[in-house]
Design a protein around this ligand. Structure first.
Ligand SMILES: [Zn+2]
Length: 135
């Protein structure tokens, strides 16, 4: 899995995110920090803020806080079996990520709710997705 061919960039990108999901499942979620202190997430290999390629893995500061969320009652076909569900954007210190809110009644979700990163499996596609679990 360490073959980083340019021709394979699509696969490398997926592999990078799979690795991240593996880490999140093991409660070792991390983010990438450049030498100027900007945060980003895999599979990025270049800082989106300043273009630095000197990215180091840092432990994700948890818990994060839900910044905004949306409850979906009627989903697109690829998430049909998961509806209703809530998708949120949560702030984890220097990084912000999107995920599905799990293990809470949808009406109890609110801005500022503290969550930690988890991994859930879409009931529709069987694929792993980022989840936020209230702490
Ligand atoms: Zn940077």
């Amino acid at each position: 899995m360490s073959d980083h061919s340019e021709l394979d960039s699509e696969n490398v990108r997926d592999a990078g995110f799979d690795d991240w999901l593996d880490a999140a499942e093991a409660h070792e979620a991390y983010y990438l920090e450049c030498d100027a202190g900007h945060g980003s997430l895999p599979p990025r290999q270049v800082c989106p803020e300043c273009g630095s390629t000197a990215l180091t893995k840092e432990p994700l500061p948890e818990p994060g806080e839900i910044a905004t969320y949306t409850v979906t009652h009627v989903a697109t076909p690829s998430f049909a079996d998961d509806a209703p569900y809530a998708t949120a954007i949560a702030d984890f210190g220097p990084v912000r990520m999107t995920g599905q809110v799990v293990e809470i009644d949808l009406e109890d979700i609110e801005q500022g709710l503290e969550v930690e990163v988890a991994v859930t499996v879409s009931e529709t596609t069987g694929e792993r997705v980022v989840a936020f679990q209230p702490v």
